[in-house]
Write a new protein. Structure first.
Length: 256
């Protein structure tokens, strides 16, 4: 895994370099996970295109999020808007702007949100996204996928990519937890602000937890899929629609 050194983006990394359970390494310049790109400048774009061979962007945000902070058009880079959350259920994500303290109080626990994101219509969206990311043409990589904070929706997609590439669960969780390096400061700032406004530790801490990564969050998504389909591999076969041969080809394609 490599953190990309950009001027306007911190929470962005290449999943290449992670070693799987068989001792094989994920190829670099294939899968890049990120937070929102709306702050990118020309220097960052040049680095992404020249050093990391960026050819495709998958935007996981809702329609409303895209309208509020439109994606920057990058010349000769394919852009696909493929939301995990439909606008009608966007309240499942804390990344959507909240308008009041009341709306914060109504938000469900993070573990529930992570289960919701791999259930019903959201799961259908996740399957379409995974099929897209894993079956692009060779000249369409690297693919960069992102949501707003680059933590929840992006984290689920990244974890499932690592799972199909046979990365062990401990490393999958470690990669997910790495996002805390970029989000903990904001989480602390929000906690302190709410303590000043509400002077209620329980409430302020509940909201703080929405802005950090905890292993229980990503485990709730993965374990929900395992409960429903038997294993993550069976999820890819039964739900995403890949055959055993497809999975072998994907592993051969992205592992060295």
């Amino acid at each position: 895994m490599e953190i990309l050194s950009l001027t306007k983006l911190r929470n962005i990394r290449d999943l290449g370099g992670i070693i799987n359970s068989d001792g094989k390494t994920i190829r670099k310049n294939c899968f890049i996970r990120s937070s929102s790109l709306f702050k990118l400048n020309s220097k960052d774009i040049e680095i992404l295109k020249n050093e990391y061979k960026l050819n495709t962007i998958i935007d996981l945000r809702t329609k409303r999020e895209v309208e509020e902070k439109p994606e920057i058009n990058i010349d000769k880079v394919n852009y696909y808007h493929m939301p995990v959350l439909n606008d009608s259920v966007a309240g499942l994500s804390h990344e959507k702007k909240v308008s009041s303290l009341k709306s914060l109080k109504l938000m469900p626990p993070m573990e529930k949100m992570y289960i919701n994101m791999v259930s019903d219509d959201c799961l259908e969206n996740v399957c379409v996204i995974l099929r897209k990311i894993l079956t692009l043409k060779d000249n369409e990589y690297s693919v960069l996928f992102h949501c707003t904070a680059g933590k929840d929706r992006t984290g689920i997609i990244a974890a499932l990519i690592l799972e199909i590439l046979n990365v062990n669960r401990e490393k999958v969780i470690q990669e997910y937890m790495f996002t805390n390096r970029f989000t903990k400061a904001k989480a602390k700032f929000i906690y302190l602000g709410l303590m000043i406004v509400k002077f209620n530790h329980k409430f302020a801490n509940k909201i703080r937890l929405y802005y950090i990564s905890k292993q229980e969050y990503i485990k709730s998504s993965l374990e929900s899929l395992e409960k429903e389909y038997g294993s993550i591999k069976d999820f890819f076969i039964k739900k995403v629609g890949f055959s055993e041969e497809d999975i072998e080809k994907i592993q051969k394609r992205f592992l060295v």
